[in-house]
Design a protein around this ligand. Structure first.
Ligand SMILES: NC(=O)c1ccc[n+]([C@@H]2O[C@H](COP(=O)([O-])OP(=O)(O)OC[C@H]3O[C@@H](n4cnc5c(N)ncnc54)[C@H](O)[C@@H]3O)[C@@H](O)[C@H]2O)c1
Length: 252
């Protein structure tokens, strides 16, 4: 029975790099993304072990269907959550207007509630897996951000959502310990993905210069490499790892 990984936000950036890496390692991948056009286009080039499912991570029905697509292929052994958004907004804007509450809720809904939605449904499928050689049934991996720890001006909503992704890692690992399902989290610094690619060269250069060592943007393949390490390391559980060239973000 093939090992299957569910990857969210798989049409772009960190999710796409993870999809490529896991395919290279022999996994089958069910990639989900809201962006159907980009997802279909890229997954069409990834070979027969890659399946794209258009899904909104905040939708119980969409994610149930994606999990069902994964379990129809094989043993769902990993769920890696990369779907996310990061619109900025100050608590009180320069014109004196209070932060839009709908925007705050939407960011938390996608980044935090969406991640939990995937965790709960993937874990419910994993618990009926036969244990692997290490006695384990599956691994959940979330994507926080260094903003979970040092959020900048304008990042209240984003930092709250990512703080939640970090904060639920240990209790979920504890909840699922008896089922032998691990839960881990990655807190990336600044990575060279479409989120950052759209910025002017000067801004990208100054972002790179702000990273102590190595003094460059992170390569999405480096994020995928940490995912692969986490999957292969059964003693790693209930932990968030910063992957950030030792950057600590300044207020702005
Ligand atoms: N790039 C960075 O520097 C960086 C740093 C820290 C954290 N992160 C986090 O890493 C994750 C991936 O970021 P990225 O840079 O690859 O971004 P990206 O924009 O390249 O990819 C994110 C993907 O998520 C998808 N998505 C958004 N909302 C969705 C939803 N409701 N349902 C399903 N899919 C949805 C988008 O369509 C997109 O394809 C995000 O959670 C982001 O907050 C990124």
């Amino acid at each position: 029975m093939p090992d299957v990984a569910l990857v969210t936000g798989a049409a772009s950036g960190l999710g796409l790099a993870t999809t490529r890496r896991l395919l290279d390692e022999g996994w089958s991948v069910v990639g989900i993304d809201l962006n159907e056009e980009a997802g279909q286009a890229v997954f069409g080039t990834l070979g027969e072990r890659a399946t794209f499912v258009r899904a909104d991570v905040t939708s119980p029905e969409d994610v149930e269907a994606a999990v069902a697509a994964a379990t129809a292929i094989g043993r769902l052994g990993a769920a890696v959550c990369c779907a996310g958004v990061g619109w900025p907004g100050r608590v009180v804007g320069k014109d004196g207007t209070a932060h839009d509450l709908g925007l705050f809720s939407k960011i938390v809904q996608i980044n935090l509630v969406g991640t939990f939605n995937v965790y709960r449904l993937a874990a419910a499928a994993m618990v009926s897996n036969a244990p692997d050689a290490n006695g384990q049934r599956g691994v959940l991996i979330g994507t926080a951000s260094v903003a979970a720890f040092d959020g900048q001006i304008g990042q209240a909503a984003y930092a709250a959502s990512k703080g939640g992704v970090h904060g639920m890692t240990l209790p979920i690992a504890r909840d699922l310990a008896s089922k032998r399902v691990r839960c881990l989290c990655i807190a990336p610094g600044i990575f060279d993905t479409p989120m950052v690619a759209g910025l002017p060269d000067k801004v990208r250069e100054s972002l790179a210069a702000s990273i102590p060592n190595p003094s460059r943007l992170g390569d999405p393949a480096e994020y995928a490499s940490l995912v692969a390490f986490m999957l292969a390391s059964p003693y790693l559980n209930g932990e968030t790892i910063r992957l950030d060239g030792s950057i600590r973000m300044a207020p702005r």
